[in-house]
Design a protein around this ligand. Structure first.
Ligand SMILES: Nc1ncnc2c1ncn2[C@@H]1O[C@H](COP(=O)(O)OP(=O)(O)OP(=O)(O)O)[C@@H](O)[C@H]1O
Ligand SMILES: [Mg+2]
Length: 225
């Protein structure tokens, strides 16, 4: 299996230079679905941020979607980000714009220019997440679960080979959490999209079993090994 993420001998550091995870290795295959679990403050979000180059990788090696994390810089980081779908709670929807405008905003920011192509793509992703009727809704007119599906739709715009999700069910009730997980799992299967999903939600680990990587004492423990 070809890999979409390959990290070796890497230190994960915060922006103040403190080392959060030391000498870690991680390999994710194309289309693979993986949970990232661990206590509050253990370093899950820091790892995800390193993978999308919001935190620098200074020690060790890292390759994500064909990009060497050590040679990613301000000028080319958008090329890496175009290959990633990011589902983060602090990557909120823009509240003063409709669903459609939120999605167009991301398309323009990632280099799309053809208006007709943009409209087609927006319609496609809204269909994929079951929100075709909501393109003109404002975020505040949507439920939490619907907003989360818009965030997933936004992550899908550029057909990324890798989705990084940070507690995607964080504020959702059990049934809506299951819907979001079903959606992510189906996307992973249908489009061969790899998903790395940080979660505290033990319900979904049970209901949707997959490989689990545990962050503990500054290390990664892979339940597969
Ligand atoms: N911006 C920051 N600057 C400095 N240190 C930070 C910053 N953000 C987080 N940290 C520290 O990095 C460590 C790992 O935090 P991180 O957010 O990666 O944990 P987490 O596993 O995602 O936790 P949670 O489950 O609560 O989301 C913690 O000790 C935290 O205090
Ligand atoms: Mg976190």
């Amino acid at each position: 299996m070809a890999s979409i993420v390959k990290i070796s001998s890497a230190d994960i550091c915060q922006s103040d230079g403190s080392v959060i995870l030391q000498n870690i290795g991680l390999e994710i295959g194309e289309g693979e679905f993986i949970y990232l679990i661990g206590k509050t403050g253990s370093g899950k979000t820091s790892l995800l941020k390193t993978l999308y180059a919001a935190l620098p990788l200074d020690t060790g090696n890292g390759e994500v979607a064909g990009f060497n994390l050590k040679s990613v810089n301000r000028k080319n980081v958008h090329l890496l980000r175009r290959k990633l779908g990011i589902v983060f709670q602090d990557f909120n929807l823009l509240t003063d714009r409709s669903v459609e405008e939120n999605l167009h905003f991301v398309l323009r920011a990632t280099g799309w220019t053809d208006q007709a192509e943009m409209e087609t793509r927006v319609e496609e992703v809204l269909n994929e997440v079951g929100l075709q009727g909501k393109r003109n809704s404002m975020p505040f007119e949507l439920s939490g679960g619907e907003q989360q599906r818009v965030v997933i739709a936004r992550a899908l715009l550029n057909k990324p080979p890798l989705i990084l999700a940070d507690e995607p069910t964080g504020n959702l009730d059990p049934e809506t959490s299951d819907d979001v997980l079903t959606l992510l799992r189906n996307l992973a299967k249908q489009h061969n999209t790899a998903v790395l999903c940080a979660t505290h939600d033990y319900r979904i680990l049970q209901n949707f079993p997959a490989r689990i990587i545990r962050v503990m004492n500054g290390n990664l423990i892979d339940d597969d090994n």
